[in-house]
Design a protein around this ligand. Sequence first.
Ligand SMILES: [Mn+2]
Length: 392
Amino acid sequence: MTSESNANNGFSSEAEAALAKEAGLSLSGWQQEVSRGLEFGLEAAASIGDRSIPTFSRGELPHYAGINTFLKAPYLEDVRKVGEYDVAVVGVPHDSGTTYRPGTRFGPQGIRRISALYTPYNFEFGVDLREQITLCDVGDIFTIPANNEKSFDQISKGIAHIFGSGAFPIILGGDHSIGFPTVRGICRHLGDKKVGIIHFDRHVDTQETDLDERMHTCPWFHATNIRNAPAHNLVQLGIGGWQVPRQGVKVCRERATHILTVTDITEMGLDAAADFALEKALDGTDCVYISFDIDCIDAGFVPGTGWPEPGGLLPREALYLLKRIVREAPVCGLEVVEVSPPYDISDITALMATRVICDTLAHLVVSGQLPRREKPAYIHPEAEPEMAGDWR
Ligand SMILES: [Mn+2]
């Protein structure tokens, strides 16, 4: 178990440690970006004093300019080359699984747009993603509106491709129905290995069907039917309130998933909650998949979501749990779901999603999981054959 005082490595405060860490970071990624900008974007007009500025914006600056990939990462048009990168961001613009407010098909766009606000550097973590990892944006999965099952097949195929390549998948939802096909895609490349799922949410999402289909209330019923993703390694953090369907609660009880409410988490303490999540998700498994529903955070911070529920985690609580988990578990992928930009205000919900993703990447760097020096041992080189009609 880490504590904040140990994490400061002898410095008197996190801030003092952060100041020292920054001095150890390289600038070569930035310098390459400047050179590339001047070459491809032409040197600036004569009146511009800062000669690192090109005529055409290429790269991070200015933050309001440019073509909007995630963190302005290069757009990888040829997805056959995804394995050349440490991390691949992929959008899943799908909201046919929503049962109340739609709009998450615009989630990937919304997250990408506000991600342009961020620099690749984090002060407290002492990480500069531009210097330490290679990141690409492969664009979006071609989902089929009004057909969950066809969309699921597309999503599983796409995620299996990325995961099997060795690139770490960052998945921008989309509603939570995508949790089943994303996990199914990962499981296709696990061979006989197993994955634990850590699920941040206000809702259990464990019923078999909702409105007669596999909606965003259903991913874990189906994901935990896959032999590589046992239900006893499903940890559900932040559950509670007035939107938890009783048929889903019955499934949680029958399958013995591990639930902590917001009160459980705050009363036992964040470190004890993280210890619990790590212990249950890693019990007999080889890696952990993180499914982060943005609505696990109190509705006041995330208005742009499908089923807002007051009483959720504070952002700093969720981010602290995430930090402990990502630093201490072998993480095989992250999805951030249920961001619905049409209901958002000042991009605040999409910004929270961006924060979850960037923090995860930083913790993967700090824990040595990124950059990828070799493919993690849990990735099986051969994909399981696609199973058509594995439900109904
Ligand atoms: Mn939810």
